[in-house]
Write a protein that binds this ligand. Structure first.
Ligand SMILES: NC(=O)c1ccc[n+]([C@@H]2O[C@H](COP(=O)([O-])OP(=O)(O)OC[C@H]3O[C@@H](n4cnc5c(N)ncnc54)[C@H](O)[C@@H]3O)[C@@H](O)[C@H]2O)c1
Ligand SMILES: O=P(O)(O)OC[C@H](O)CO
Length: 335
């Protein structure tokens, strides 16, 4: 069994960055948490809790917010990025001159780069050439449940077995089980595509289409994840695991999911802008519906549900028509 690291630096003081920081700090790790709004960090340090995203859950003595990037880089060799995907590149670019070849880069962000459809490990490789050890954590993990200490399992995948084991040991606790993997692409794609499918599931439920439609959508959504994943070199078993079907079921079926909430609001007739404003938190699937279709086109993979979500969100396709169009596609073998 690997030893736990003594320190960790976490970037992104929203709900997930804070929940992961809490989990690490409860394991006795000395954690510094960075956010892009200094006034919020001061407030969280003073209140000893994240009053915006996880109010009522106290910070252990080993967790402190810190606004200097230099301080976070100096604090630990373990650098965990949990900002929304739209801020991922910019943060890496800020960190690039500060990081050494000894730092390990980890992320828990789910998504792709919007303009290019690049996977996040491709951004890490492009922007941080000095970094040779990297990986990510993902799985069916709502922040509020993790922060409350409810039983949870997730996957860590890295390009280096020692790093995978060390990160696993950092998070593992009596309530938190961590599985390891070497399939970075599979873990990344599972977490990114399920957000788009959760929007679709919310839409059909918002329209009142019932359990049959929701289940068909989850199952055919999984077929889309498998087609894209295996084309890009992911392992099928990863996509059938926690970071694939596990996270897909969680977000398509539970109303804690912000992506599902967006779909429900759209199905009930709200506009995209209205719905996103009401949710007030990261809704990654909205942008990922664009980047995933870009990527799917590039590698010639058919993803009709993800395409329909993009058309509903950005091209004015009425949700009812999208569902009708999906159902009336030419019959074909299931596999
Ligand atoms: N919340 C969850 O349960 C959960 C679980 C697993 C993965 N994730 C993933 O974690 C990532 C972060 O989501 P979250 O749930 O913490 O979102 P959130 O909305 O709770 O918080 C986002 C935080 O990022 C900050 N932010 C916004 N733009 C930024 C930028 N350009 N640079 C730096 N910071 C910025 C916001 O101020 C806020 O503090 C997403 O990719 C999400 O899919 C979330
Ligand atoms: O609230 P969502 O839809 O962003 O989902 C949160 C996590 O990704 C669930 O694993």
């Amino acid at each position: 069994m690997s030893t736990r690291p003594d320190t960790f630096s976490v970037y992104g003081a929203g709900s997930w960055g804070t929940a992961l920081a809490l989990q690490l700090a409860r394991n006795g790790i000395d954690v510094k948490l960075w956010g892009h709004r200094p006034s919020q960090l001061e407030q969280y340090n003073a209140a000893r809790e994240n009053t915006d995203y996880l109010s009522g859950i106290p910070f252990p003595d080993t967790l402190h917010c810190e606004q200097s990037l230099e301080a976070l880089v100096d604090h630990s060799l373990y650098q965990l990025i949990v900002v929304p995907s739209h801020g991922f590149r910019a943060l890496l670019e800020q960190l690039q001159p500060l990081l050494s070849s000894q730092h390990k880069i980890l992320w828990a962000t789910k998504g792709l780069e919007l303009k290019t459809g690049k996977l996040l490990h491709e951004l890490v490789e492009d922007i941080l050439p000095q970094t040779s050890h990297y990986g990510l954590v993902s799985g069916p993990t709502f922040a509020a449940e993790v922060a409350s200490g409810l039983p949870t399992a997730m996957t860590v995948a890295a390009n280096d077995e020692t790093l995978t084991q060390t990160v696993s040991a950092a998070f593992q606790s009596e309530n938190y089980r961590v599985y390891t993997s070497d399939d970075i692409i599979g873990v990344e794609l599972g977490g990114a595509v399920k957000n788009v499918l959760a929007i679709a599931a919310g839409i059909t439920d918002g329209l009142g289409f019932g359990a049959n439609a929701r289940t068909a959508l989850i199952t055919r959504g999984l077929a889309e994840i498998m087609r894209l994943g295996t084309t890009l070199g992911a392992k099928a078993e990863t996509l059938m695991g926690l970071a694939g079907i596990g996270d897909l079921i969680l977000t398509c079926t539970d109303d804690q999911s912000r992506n599902r909430q967006l779909g429900l609001a759209l199905g009930a007739g709200k506009t995209l802008e209205q719905a996103i404003e009401d949710i007030g938190q990261a809704v990654e699937g909205a942008k990922t519906s664009q980047s995933i279709n870009l990527l799917a086109k590039r590698v010639d993979v058919e993803m009709p549900i993800c395409t329909a979500v993009q058309q509903i969100l950005y091209e004015g396709l009425p949700p009812q028509e999208a569902v009708r169009a999906l159902i009336s596609r030419k019959p074909k073998p299931e596999f």
